[in-house]
Design a protein around this ligand. Structure first.
Ligand code: PEP
Ligand code: MN
Length: 359
């Protein structure tokens, strides 16, 4: 429970800790203006900006590079935020240190590679600086914990973890599926490491940021990292998920913090927490069913083109057999899973029938 949890380096002064700033530093004025407006909200503790951007494909904006570091240094000196940038290799570490950056973070595409994390750890040997480690893009807790252990072996003492979700083929609702159980497993293994949630990279869009950030608070995360831009629609990277400093301020103000109402009615707090868990799971269930039906409609078009019948008994028998096995693995009754699959099947047939009827 949060009240009893021992304060660590990151949460000694406040919980949740809020890290905010643009996905990428684009210009000196954008970096400074964003910082000024974030400061004004009174809700932000640490300023972030990407200097070197690991992009999925070439020819996207790959960050301004080292010229951006003096801009971030100005944020520290003139606006008074501790500042953090992403590092992906030894030369980034050296440059960030030479500009007095307060905290480093390791991105998801770097955590995935033990060679790269080791190179960073080696560059940090003998240096006292806090480091935040994002989860690897694949859902592998050992790789995440392993990255942290490499830093610890190099003598880094102040370490935090950032949960930013996991890439998943065909995912539509999230940019990176949160897979909350992976973050919770991380926390079981390393309860001593503060855990920050990054709703921006999980969502990839603005409309569900609040919901995901709230869920992280309900699950007792220690803080949030949220991307903020003075002109989000025209951001050079991750435009769809960035929000203005003012929207970010309002979002944090709106968040319900579990410890607040636990102080008042302890049982009610626990119950609300469990109910919000159920609500999130229900959302995910319906979203997944939506994904399933859109695949069913594609199959419908294919059957129509090839003059096949909608109902394919052999295929259905296979699904039901798999259902029994899944029921057993998940401690659900066979009867329940069969009736659920039957309901899904009827909806799938109805959806395909619509396709058949289309001209
Ligand atoms: C970022 O925080 O801007 C970033 C690149 O995130 P991630 O490593 O989570 O993709
Ligand atoms: Mn980003």
């Amino acid at each position: 429970m949060s009240k009893q949890k021992e304060k660590t380096w990151l949460t000694r002064t406040k919980r949740p800790i809020v890290i905010a700033g643009p996905c990428s530093a684009e210009s000196e004025s954008q970096v400074i203006e964003t910082a000024k407006r974030l400061k004004k909200t009174g809700k932000v503790d640490i300023y972030r900006a990407g200097i070197w951007k690991p992009r999925t494909r070439p020819n996207s904006f790959e960050g301004v590079g080292v010229v951006g570091l003096p801009w971030v240094k100005r944020v520290k000196e003139e606006i008074g935020f501790p500042v953090t940038v992403e590092v992906a290799k030894a030369s980034h570490v050296e440059q960030a240190l030479s500009f007095g950056i307060d905290i480093l973070w390791i991105g998801a595409r770097t955590t995935v590679n033990p060679f790269a994390v080791q190179e960073i750890a080696d560059a940090l040997r003998g240096v006292e600086i806090p480091v935040l480690v994002k989860n690897p893009i694949n859902p592998d807790v050992a790789l995440w914990v392993g990255g942290i252990e490499r830093l610890e072996k190099a003598g880094i003492k102040e370490i935090g973890a950032i949960h930013r979700g996991f890439s998943n083929h065909g995912e539509k609702y999230y940019r990176n599926r949160p897979q909350w159980h992976i973050a919770l497993e991380f926390r079981n293994q390393r309860p001593d490491i503060p855990l920050i949630n990054d709703p921006s990279h999980i969502c990839g869009r603005r409309d569900i940021l609040q919901d995901v950030g709230q869920k992280a608070m309900d699950l007792d995360f220690d803080g949030l990292m949220i991307e903020s831009h003075i002109d989000p629609d025209n951001a050079w990277s991750d435009a769809k998920q960035q929000i203005t400093p003012e929207v970010l301020g309002a979002m944090i103000t709106e968040m319900k913090l579990r410890q607040d109402y636990e102080d008042v009615i302890p049982m009610q707090g626990e119950l609300d927490y469990l109910r919000s868990e159920i609500n999130h799971i229900d959302d995910e269930l319906i979203n997944l069913l939506g994904n399933r039906m859109s695949v069913a409609r594609k199959i419908g078009s294919h059957k129509k083109e090839n003059n096949m019948t909608i109902y394919q008994p052999k295929r259905w028998k296979n699904i039901m057999t798999k259902g029994s096995k899944l029921a057993e693995d998940n401690s659900l009754s066979d009867e329940f899973v069969k009736s659920l699959f039957n309901a899904i099947h009827i909806e799938s047939i109805n959806q395909q029938e619509k396709i058949f009827k289309e001209k």
